[in-house]
Design a binder for this molecule. Structure first.
Ligand code: PSU
Length: 306
């Protein structure tokens, strides 16, 4: 039987020798950033990971095959195809494989495939969570479920404030997922450094973040860790502009009594229409920053695991 996740030689060798490896998701490339900025960012993020001493492994489904580590030609193809590549969450993996199609992996699918390949650290932009009105619509991303099932540390800038962050944190708690904020007491909300919700734990260095994951592995919890890294200085003002749009849109929803399940789509549409450029700048700043911190955490963790 073919290996469950096909690795590049570089990723396989790094894992075999216990060297640090960082998984990266592909939805960021196909569904979040536009072409050609998505390609430039994907290449840059891999370079950031390398410059901090880890091997990058972008995860995607290519021709029905789950992969960790893509060639530049494959990254270029994925970036050019953009949203025509299917956004592939956990439930979509069997169909993508059976049909031999391409798939851009979400946080849920990437975390699962990374864990299957033996990769312990995964860097992304933002995680999915409980949607506004999710208590009625049951709009809960598989992201916050899968991280409860696989031993992977997910480095992200939190969940966007278009989601219901207090309920997202509740859900993470129910799943027994260790959640920490990096250099902050508050859990971040992607475009803004604070969601207004306190994070259950705080770490201030890559060593401390790696120690959390190491403890979780030693306990055999079987679940992952979510590390929320606030948006860095260089993306902060663009992020604040997007956040302002979200706040105004939320106000409108309240005034117009918009049905709760329609709030998230409305907010997303408002971000797209009113602050696309700022959202792009903020996304790029976030992903590069997360990659730098994630690679340092992976390097510390690989030492602890030796
Ligand atoms: N939120 C973000 N950025 C993202 C996503 C969500 O701020 O890129 C993407 C990720 O791929 C995430 C997915 O895993 O959306 C969640 O989608 P859903 O809610 O359908 O599970």
């Amino acid at each position: 039987m073919a290996p469950r996740v096909v690795l590049t030689d570089e990723v396989r060798d790094a894992l075999a020798s216990g060297a640090p490896v960082v998984a990266l998701d592909s939805t960021m490339i196909t569904h979040v950033l536009p072409y050609p900025q998505n390609l430039a960012t994907a290449l840059q993020v891999e370079e950031v990971v390398r410059s901090h001493g880890a091997v990058p492994a972008t995860v995607a489904i290519v021709g029905g095959q789950p992969r960790a580590g893509l060639t530049q030609v494959e990254l270029e193809a994925l970036a050019a195809k953009g949203q025509s590549v299917r956004k592939t969450s956990l439930r979509d993996l069997p169909a993508a494989m059976a049909k031999g199609s391409d798939g851009a992996t979400t946080v849920a699918a990437t975390a699962f495939l990374a864990a299957t390949a033996g990769i312990r650290v995964f860097v992304t932009g933002g995680i999915g969570g409980v949607g506004r009105g999710g208590e009625a619509s049951m709009d809960v991303s598989a992201d916050v479920n899968v991280v409860g099932r696989v031993p992977v540390l997910v480095v992200c800038a939190g969940a966007q404030s278009i989601l219901d962050i207090p309920r997202t944190l509740e859900y993470l708690e129910t799943q027994g997922i260790c959640v920490a904020a990096y250099g902050s007491d508050d859990f971040p909300a992607f475009f803004t450094p604070s969601s207004g919700c306190r994070a259950p734990a705080r770490v201030d260095t890559p060593e401390e973040a790696a120690a959390l994951m190491h403890a979780s592995l030693r306990l055999g919890l079987g679940s992952g860790v979510v590390l929320g890294v606030p948006i860095p200085e260089e993306g902060a003002s663009a992020g604040e502009c997007v956040e302002q749009v979200v706040r105004e849109a939320l106000q409108q929803c309240e005034e117009k009594n918009v049905e709760r399940c329609k709030v998230t789509p409305f907010l997303l549409e408002q971000i797209r229409e009113r602050s696309e450029g700022d959202a792009l700048d903020a996304n790029v700043a976030v992903i590069n920053n997360n990659a730098a911190i994630g690679a340092q955490v992976a390097a510390c963790l690989s030492k602890l695991l030796q």
